[in-house]
Design a protein around this ligand. Structure first.
Ligand SMILES: Cc1cc2nc3c(=O)[nH]c(=O)nc-3n(C[C@H](O)[C@H](O)[C@H](O)COP(=O)(O)O)c2cc1C
Length: 186
């Protein structure tokens, strides 16, 4: 698949399979992340790989964080939270490790988000699927600490990668209302 095809056909799979990008495929994904535009060349990124047994340990972290945020939630909800990392063979937590710089923190986060998108595209180009999740755990101090991040660091996404078990819907992008010609004429 060439780059334009990858960029114009990426879609989040509905379900991921157990095949994991490893070796050269994973290296390509991570190298694509490292190609993100980066104001000031700060490299404010952290790509944390969570796979194998570590997914179970990270599930425990997610569950504990939820117990602290919502102590009255049901056991079913706690279990669902704990099992989230098992949805895919590989999770990459993409964070912006905010540097003290004249480059505003938002731009450092945007750079990390660009890295995340590059990784999703690189996975798709190699026949793998990936989807992006955030939610309350992204902003949770307990989760950040467990991942070795600082309170000021920003988790921009939990990227789940695997084979494509159930593809997402093929979409026809609709540019209306998004793409406009600005001419400067009144
Ligand atoms: C920053 C960011 C965070 C997201 N977080 C979630 C999330 O927590 N839960 C969710 O269902 N979708 C989330 N999404 C959206 C999905 O990843 C996905 O893009 C969306 O369902 C549309 O599907 P598509 O990727 O096939 O266009 C997020 C997307 C972005 C860019």
């Amino acid at each position: 698949m060439d780059a334009v095809e990858a960029l114009t056909t990426r879609v989040s799979p509905l379900r991921l399979g157990s095949e994991s990008p490893e070796g050269a495929a994973l290296e390509n994904i991570l190298n694509a992340g490292l190609r993100a535009p980066d104001h000031g060349r700060l490299r404010p990124w952290k790509f944390l790989l969570v796979r194998g047994e570590a997914r179970i340990r990270f599930g425990t972290v997610l569950e504990e964080a939820l117990r602290r945020r919502e102590p009255t939630a049901t056991e079913r909800v706690f279990r669902a939270e704990r099992e989230k990392p098992l949805r895919a063979p590989l999770m990459v937590v993409v964070a912006a490790s905010i540097q003290d710089s004249k480059v505003p923190p938002i731009e450092q986060q945007l750079s990390a988000a660009a890295a995340a998108q590059n990784m999703l595209i690189a996975a798709h180009a190699q026949g793998f699927g990936g989807f992006w999740r955030t939610g309350a755990p992204s902003y949770d101090a307990y989760v950040k600490e467990a991942l070795g991040l600082k309170p000021a660091d920003a988790i921009v996404g939990f990227l789940y990668f695997g084979g494509v078990a159930t593809p997402g819907p093929a979409k026809q992008p609709d540019p209306s209302g998004v793409v406009q010609e600005w001419t400067g004429n009144a």
